[in-house]
Design a binder for this molecule. Structure first.
Ligand code: SIN
Length: 479
């Protein structure tokens, strides 16, 4: 494979060409703090050129059949897998995810390319019956057009593939604006797309240190027909408002505040391991991470002790080491938020069962808090860090009501062995994703997305492909 163009800085990928912009910004490793790359900084000029290229490429790409597009996506997935170790190390370096976890992210990302290549072959039309003998009413699906994908740093590969693989399979073209913290993985994916035979302009990557004006230029552009965004609810609302002026299609995957309900019939040891698995993935920097644990009073002491034991055993350290389970927070703002949530909880009567300290640099000890109450800051805001607040409940109705008492609705989890409760509780929870005795429900072929303030639309599977298609009606009168 050709080396990613890095001289004098990593280039942007614009209109099929590796492009310097005359401006640069630095990418830092959150684990060590050092500068790991200098990257071309894109602005308004690059945004305009990207929109023109995306539209020109769209006119060609949409005309190709799914059978023609599929082998390119399949090759892309195969190349991503072939470079699993190198890409995972890149993720560990640029945003601090432990490399073992990052390898899982790469395998998931590769699977999406293959899944969408196949799914696009099953986009069926319909023939609607007509009251007129000489008319045929055809309903077909068409790609929506060029897409702007604004992606976060917490899954630098997966978040791009969820959007770009679906859009490209559907016949759309894509402009990716990656997070400032993690542009390198995005550029690596673009290079593999090029190597897989992706035509110029179909996928472009515009790194920038100043996202707002670049995003605004692309949102103002009428040729860009869809916005897809993963990030905070506040930013999602602003982008949605902006996109409305040109009536773009919009998909939003926004913040969460996932409850984990552990009922009295749970296997306490397994439930503690599962809560830890959900809570401490990516050092708690996952949209569907558990944010609050509700445990039924009868088993609460035993459960808390076990969760504290499992949590204290997690290995914190260099994300590039295979044995590391918890890396650093992504940046100083992330660390400050974790510290503020813990300080507020302690000031209002919670106590630490394990952890509770910053470890230097951007590292924070995996933490379990007991005696948490619903009015604390940690219960209202998404912590996005390695802190598990534990609360107690008495019965099923109370657990459901408290779990639903939030503006968010992305993911919720339940631990129970009672089949009736499985259905009662999972049906009552107002969330887009439910894990029943399953702390990691996310998988390439299943829908991903939330209700309420957690977003609009679903990614992945046939639902994720549908998001890049619109319906066209053709009435034919037989001559
Ligand atoms: C996310 O939470 O944003 C992605 C995590 C996953 O799909 O498992």
């Amino acid at each position: 494979m050709n080396a990613l163009p890095t001289s004098p800085a990593y280039s942007a990928f614009l209109a099929g060409a590796w492009t310097q912009t005359g401006r640069t910004f630095e990418v830092h490793s959150p684990a060590m703090g050092e500068t790991i790359a200098i990257v071309a900084d894109c602005g308004l000029d690059e945004a305009r050129r990207a929109a023109v290229a995306a539209h020109a490429a769209f006119l060609q790409w949409r005309a190709r059949t799914p059978w023609d597009r599929a082998p390119i996506l399949q090759r892309w997935g195969a190349l991503i897998l072939q470079h699993e170790v190198r890409l995972a190390h890149g993720i560990a370096r640029e945003m601090g995810k432990p490399v073992t976890e990052a390898k899982g992210e790469i395998r998931y990302s590769a699977a999406l390319a293959g899944d969408f290549a196949e799914e696009a072959k099953r986009v069926f039309g319909e023939l609607v019956p007509s009251q007129f003998a000489d008319k045929r009413l055809l309903v077909t699906k068409r790609p929506v057009g060029p897409v702007l994908a604004i992606t976060p740093w917490n899954f630098p590969a997966l978040m791009i593939m969820r959007k770009a693989a679906a859009a490209l399979a559907a016949g759309c073209t894509v402009i990716v604006k990656p997070a400032e913290q993690s542009p390198l993985t995005a550029l690596e994916l673009a290079q593999l797309w090029e190597e897989a035979g992706g035509p110029p302009g179909t996928l472009q990557v515009l790194p920038t240190s100043d996202p707002a004006p670049l995003a605004a230029a692309l949102l103002d552009d009428v040729t860009v027909r869809k916005l897809t965004f993963t990030g905070s609810t506040e930013v999602g609302i602003l982008l949605n408002r902006h996109a409305a002026a040109t009536l773009k299609h919009v998909s939003l995957e926004l913040g969460g505040h996932a409850p984990y309900l552990v009922f009295g019939d749970a296997d306490v040891a397994q439930a503690a391991r599962d809560v830890a698995a959900s809570k401490f993935r990516n050092a708690g920097q996952t949209c569907i991470c558990t944010n609050r644990v509700y445990v039924q009073r009868g088993i609460a002491d035993a459960f808390e002790a076990e969760l504290a034991r499992v949590t204290a055993a997690l290995r914190v350290g260099d994300p590039l080491q295979d044995v590391t389970q918890i890396g650093p927070l992504v940046d100083a703002a992330g660390l400050r938020k974790v510290e503020a949530h813990v300080a507020d909880a302690l000031a209002h009567g919670a106590h630490v069962l394990t952890g509770g300290r910053a470890l230097g640099g951007l590292f924070y000890e995996p933490t379990v808090l007991s005696g948490v109450t619903d009015d604390m800051l940690i219960m209202r805001e998404e912590t996005f860090g390695p802190v598990a607040p534990v609360l107690r409940f008495d019965d099923e109705a109370e657990a459901i009501a408290r779990a639903n008492d939030t503006p968010f609705g992305l993911a919720a989890y339940v631990w129970t062995r009672d089949v009736g409760r499985v259905f009662r509780v999972s049906e009552a929870l107002e969330y887009g994703i439910i894990g029943v005795n399953d702390p990691i429900p996310s998988t390439a072929q299943a829908p991903f997305g939330g209700t309420k303030a957690s977003g609009l639309g679903r990614e992945q599977g046939k639902w994720g492909l549908e998001a890049y298609l619109e319906t066209k009606f053709t009435s034919v009168r037989l001559a």
